[in-house]
Write a protein that binds this ligand. Sequence first.
Ligand SMILES: [Zn+2]
Length: 125
Amino acid sequence: MGYERLERCALKIMDYPHKCTPDDLHLHHLINYSKARGNKEVRKILKSMVEFQDGEPPHPKELTDWVCAGANVGRIADTKGAQCVLFQLKVKQYGYEYMSEYLAGLPWKYPKPELRLEALLANSG
Ligand SMILES: [Zn+2]
């Protein structure tokens, strides 16, 4: 399954209302680091997202997307509604089953029902 580098703000693609700055895209972490406080295993996975190697795409692609600087720095992309549409986009790209299993397979120390795909997709309001 290939990684598609988006040329456009993922929130723009999903018609999420925000003041888009399309010429300045940032790699956004779909799950905030703070969520993984005290959890080495998950932090390692999240950290791997920002390590680029010779133009290779960032990994894991399942937990990153390109959003405009305005949405990233302004933390609009971290709101539940934005997170919801960003995971909707992941489902479009990689399929529900795959994303659901990927999220369920993250090595959290304690169960994180709010970070299961079903819960994330329910945050549209
Ligand atoms: Zn945008």
